[in-house]
Design a protein around this ligand. Sequence first.
Ligand code: FES
Length: 259
Amino acid sequence: MPRREPRSVTGSEQLGAYTLVRVDRGGLDPGVPGQFFMVEAPGRLLPRALSLCLAPVGELAFLLEAVGPGTEAMCALLPGERVHVFGPLGNGFRLGVERPLLVGGGIGMAPLPYLAHALPDAPAVLGFRTERHAEAAALLPQAEVVVEPTLVTERIDPGLDVLACGPEPMLRAVGELCAHAQLAWEAPMACGYGACYGCAVEIDGELKRLCVEGPVLGARRGGAHGSATKPLFWSAPDDPLRATPESAVSGVADEAGTW
Ligand code: FES
């Protein structure tokens, strides 16, 4: 069940262009990989939607890139400072797949270390725009890492069960390649629980709130509502391993072109 709690920062570390911020877990449930938390830094009006990156004992850890005042404030948090954390929210990845492949682009790798904890034997491919950004791959040691101009889509076996998070162009390319991929979408979020429509996107001709319907959606081709060439995006089916609806939206950066 989602809860809102004031929590204390326990530490942060720099990983290339990214910062891993840890908070004490308190009574918060880490949820299913791919779900997200609304995190509010001191002095900031709006919280940020952040996917859970790691859930070490007694802690929750979030991966961020400082791309504006809000994320800069979070990356600068010091041990002992208080943040408000609300979650877990949204629909995470469906874990009951036979041949998983984890795929991440840029800050979209954020939910994958926690996902790899649930799927420990799954191979992974990560794509970054620079070598400095690629330093964050240390969080996922088993991953194959590519840096632009190489794209993650060049390293995907379409026959695998792909679970991906990254910028929209990457997700669309992955969806074209893998009809049954699970894709974690990024969107600006204000409330995180379906009240503001700030995260609404048009999917299959309908407006969907990514914080409620996603952020993890499935990709499929064709069918009654689709064309043969353009993938459709649909809510992933219920799974006993998933939480109830209410996203790893990394939600902090658009790294379009990095995949
Ligand atoms: Fe408010 Fe989705 S973030 S409805």
